[in-house]
Unconditional design. Structure first.
Length: 308
């Protein structure tokens, strides 16, 4: 009991009211608080890095989605243009065939009318010629019965002349018909050439317009592609610069953390050395005090024994 009493008095005189166990517990709590603060700071940095990566992935996905929508709209527009071009070509062919068919029907009707008029004229001419010949022959037969041979010769000569005249008329009519056919053929050929020239001019104009539109589309695509590449390169450059700065900042933080850890380890070691020195000194003082206490006890014990 005396030893415990003197030890408590010595501990209060040496350490004061704060015992080493409480000081060690307080020191452990502070170390845990600092470690938790540093871990929380590192966890915040990692979370910000994850959020930046998710933002980059979302931006890349959005950019690819916009590019795909623009490409799909361009493909639909080109398909609509091709369909319109096919419809225009089919309509032009149908119109050309319809006009050719109408001209051919008009030509057939004109030829039928001409053939009908020609047949009617030939029949009327034959009837008129036969009537005149019959009248002349009957008059000559009744007037000149004696000159039968002369009449026969006259009739033969007149028949030959009539045949020659009819042949001349037929030849003239045939040449006229040939000229009409040639004129119709030339007119049809001229009309076909004119239609072909008009169609060729329209087709060349459409081809030039299509080439100009195609060149404009190619230039627009090239400009859009270059602009997109430039924007992506600028975004990538900014992201790379940001990442480089983050890595540099992280390296600086790691170096600073290493320095702080070294400084803290050195401080802890120095404090531990000081505590060890103080503890050795205190142990030495405690041993001296305990020896003095034993000497006192031995003195009092000797006195009590002598008195006893």
């Amino acid at each position: 009991y005396l030893a415990r009493k003197f030890f408590c008095l010595w501990a209060e005189i040496t350490f004061g009211q704060v015992l080493p166990s409480k000081a060690r517990c307080f020191y452990d709590q502070k170390v845990l608080q600092k470690s938790f603060g540093e871990w929380k700071e590192q966890w915040t940095v990692c979370k910000e890095k994850k959020l930046s990566l998710r933002a980059d992935n979302h931006y890349r996905h959005l950019l690819l989605n916009l590019i795909f929508k623009a490409w799909r709209a361009y493909v639909c527009q080109q398909q609509g243009k091709r369909n319109k071009h096919y419809v225009a070509e089919s309509h032009a062919k149908k119109q050309t065939l319809l006009r050719t068919w109408q001209h051919w029907l008009v030509y057939v009707d004109v030829q039928r009318t001409k053939h009908g008029m020609q047949s009617v004229a030939l029949a009327f001419r034959e009837r008129s010629c036969l009537r005149i010949s019959w009248a002349v022959w009957r008059r000559q037969h009744y007037q000149k019965c004696s000159g039968h041979k002369m009449n026969i010769l006259a009739l033969q000569h007149w028949a030959q002349s009539l045949q020659f005249r009819a042949w001349l008329q037929w030849r003239e009519l045939y040449l006229h018909m040939q000229n009409e056919k040639q004129k119709d053929t030339r007119a049809i050929t001229h009309h076909q050439h004119w239609e072909l020239r008009r169609c060729m001019g329209a087709w060349l104009g459409y081809l030039n317009l299509h080439r100009v539109k195609k060149r404009q589309n190619e230039l627009a695509q090239e400009f859009h592609r270059s602009r997109t590449l430039r924007r992506c390169f600028l975004d990538w450059q900014l992201a790379w610069e940001c990442r480089r700065r983050m890595h540099a900042h992280q390296r600086d933080l790691e170096k600073q953390a290493a320095r702080i850890a070294l400084w803290r380890a050195f401080a802890h070691w120095r404090h531990y050395v000081v505590l060890c020195v103080e503890e050795a000194q205190q142990c030495e003082l405690a041993e001296k005090h305990y020896e003095c206490h034993l000497l006192v006890l031995q003195k009092y014990w000797n006195r009590w024994m002598s008195r006893l």
